[in-house]
Design a protein around this ligand. Structure first.
Ligand code: ZN
Length: 187
């Protein structure tokens, strides 16, 4: 789902290899443009996938962990194996719209995601961030989501990604189970 619709803003950011960074945030564009999971409006009833996922089982929704205000879910169209997202339950577009409790739990879940990915996959590094607005590359711009993408040296990762667009459902299910098991227990 990384559903980036445009690449210009990221191309202007000089972080590491520009080419690698560009590829990081755009791999799912084609799948997204083809209409998969494309939301038609806000809320679960109107097709927002991030609003409808929490009503599914963990297995069906690829949910890794659920908090009080946010949840972690595996990306259907990962850049790398283990690419997940931290998403508020509330349908909020802009980061500044999150209240303090949502902001705090989103940050805590981002840390938990890093810990789980290190434990489960030995990730060497991470790309973490969110695209704000369609102009910045957010495909589902109406419902904010923080990407957590594990990186390895040479990106020889633990789960094969086919053409940087889609992995087999079985692999996604296995990955979800691994990360759920590695997720830090709540205090
Ligand atoms: Zn939503």
């Amino acid at each position: 789902m990384l559903h980036s619709m445009t690449t210009e803003p990221e191309q202007q950011i000089g972080v590491g290899s520009p080419d690698a960074f560009q590829r990081l945030w755009t791999p799912h564009r084609m799948a997204y443009i083809q209409g998969e999971n494309k939301p038609s409006g806000s809320g679960a009833e109107d097709g927002c996938p991030f609003c409808s996922i929490p009503s599914k089982s963990d297995e069906d929704g690829l949910v890794i962990a659920r908090g009080e205000r946010v949840y972690a879910v595996l990306n259907l169209y990962p850049y790398n194996g283990g690419h997940l997202m931290v998403v508020p339950f509330r349908h909020v577009a802009d980061y500044t719209e999150l209240d303090e409790a949502e902001t705090a739990e989103l940050a805590a879940f981002t840390k938990h995601a890093m810990a789980a990915l290190r434990r489960a996959s030995g990730a060497h590094g991470f790309n973490i961030g969110m695209n704000q607005g369609a102009v910045a590359g957010a495909g589902i711009a109406a419902h904010l989501h923080q990407h957590v993408v594990p990186r390895w040296g040479g990106d020889t990762n633990f789960m094969p990604v086919v053409g940087h667009t889609k992995v087999l459902p079985q692999l996604l299910g296995d990955t979800r189970a691994m990360l759920a098991a590695a997720w830090p227990a709540r205090p």
